[in-house]
Design a protein around this ligand. Structure first.
Ligand code: MG
Length: 404
């Protein structure tokens, strides 16, 4: 039941003004694209998020996506919107999701309910788009601006994204359209219509506007101004009286290789660590500590090792996911403490880099992150240099009205 969100962010957005493409301009305390990515990355029914970006925007994208869970390596877009979506669909071939949601980066205000409705509708009908009734009268005009027809309003709809489809059907329609030299269709429903497929509709949202002009950007900035006491404001410590501690423990065995990932840092070593993901024993222990403090399962229940999707995965997304869960509960992380247990490699020279990496992944200041190391005096499996163990604790603070 996989559902991947494909976020189309390759446009230049010149009508919005400013020095940067509109999807990288900020509204509130983050850029438009980060807000859009967050909608999908934080949605329980979305398994992964793939952005299609412009070739020049790799660094801007890395900043926009930093620390968000479920984000795949971005794909470079094509010369038209249609070509960009096709590139994204082709890149999803190895994942072969059941459902794909195609969404404009410039629509950062879609709700979680809208995303759920889109997935539901696609699973029922194979192709579904969000629509709103047209309230203005719509005229057709000729090249000189003379009215040639008044269109029948009851039969007209404004169309939004996310548009939702059975993945293989949308991919097949895109491939066939491109093979026929069609490359300028403006939405994915039009590609399905061109391929002779039925497209259903579901209720869109008036708030789900597409930011296009400089005036749209100004309105969006006003709408995201954090009101004093508003939902997006970071709570003060005094407002978080419910203090909880979780612990985590993890072990990975040495394997052939030339480096180990420890706390988000690649450390050169005569061996690697064996594991389904990148085997970062430190980040795994920290992830379990944060999930433990939330009493919300463990890393294996959220990221099953049986799922091929996590093969070789960078473990920073596991920790970022757990941290986002704390934020979603209205809480903050007060302290993280990690102990790495091994005879080698030496951790001391890398301690500051590891603290900085954990700070970057979690958004927790380095003064609240401790990294320690010890050996087991050559006793036990770590003493025999068979692997590395890690233990961690996380202290989090939640609002008083959280679980009694
Ligand atoms: Mg592990």
């Amino acid at each position: 039941m996989d559902c991947v969100a494909l976020v189309v962010a390759a446009g230049r957005g010149t009508r919005a003004g400013g020095d940067l493409p509109k999807q990288y301009q900020s509204i509130g305390d983050e850029c438009v694209l980060r807000r859009t990515l967050r909608l999908f990355a934080g949605h329980p029914s979305v398994t992964a998020v793939l952005a299609v970006i412009h070739t020049d925007d790799s660094d801007l994208f890395a900043d926009a996506a930093r620390g968000l869970p479920k984000i795949l390596a971005p794909v470079k877009g094509g010369a038209s919107r249609q070509a960009s979506v096709r590139a994204g669909l082709e890149a999803l071939t190895p994942l072969a999701p059941e459902t794909v949601l195609v969404h404009d980066a410039a629509r950062p205000f879609a709700s979680a309910d809208l995303i759920a409705r889109a997935i539901d509708a696609a699973r029922r009908t194979g192709a579904a788009i969000p629509v709103l009734p047209v309230t203005d009268t719509i005229k057709q005009v000729d090249e000189d601006g003379w009215v040639t027809a008044t269109l029948p309003r009851p039969a007209l709809r404004q169309v939004q994204t996310p548009q939702a489809f059975t993945y293989w059907a949308l991919r097949a329609a895109h491939t066939a359209a491109a093979a026929d030299g069609i490359d300028d269709l403006t939405d994915d429903a039009a590609v399905m219509e061109w391929a002779g497929r039925l497209v259903s509709t579901f209720e869109g949202e008036t708030a789900n506007v597409k930011l296009t002009t400089a005036a749209d950007m100004e309105r969006a900035r006003a709408a995201t101004q954090p009101a004093p006491g508003g939902a997006d404001r970071v709570p003060t410590w005094a407002e978080l009286p419910d203090m909880r501690t979780g612990t985590g423990f993890d072990v990975h065995a040495f394997d052939a290789g030339d480096h180990v990932m420890l706390g988000g840092v690649a450390i050169p070593h005569g061996f690697g660590l064996k594991g389904h993901s990148d085997a970062d024993v430190g980040l795994h222990a920290l992830t379990d500590a944060v999930l433990g403090a939330l009493a919300d399962g463990d890393i294996g229940s959220h990221f099953p090792p049986s799922d091929p999707k996590w093969k070789g995965a960078a473990s920073d997304q596991f920790l970022a996911y757990a941290v986002e869960k704390v934020r979603a509960r209205g809480g903050r992380i007060a302290h993280l403490d990690l102990t790495l247990i091994c005879e080698a490699p030496k951790i001391g020279p890398h301690r500051d880099a590891i603290r900085a990496a954990i700070a970057r992944i979690t958004g927790v200041p380095e003064g609240r992150i401790s990294v320690k190391a010890t050996t087991t005096e050559q006793l036990g499996f770590t003493g025999r240099r068979e692997g590395i163990a890690a233990m961690a604790s996380a202290t989090i603070r939640l609002p008083a009205e959280d679980t009694p």
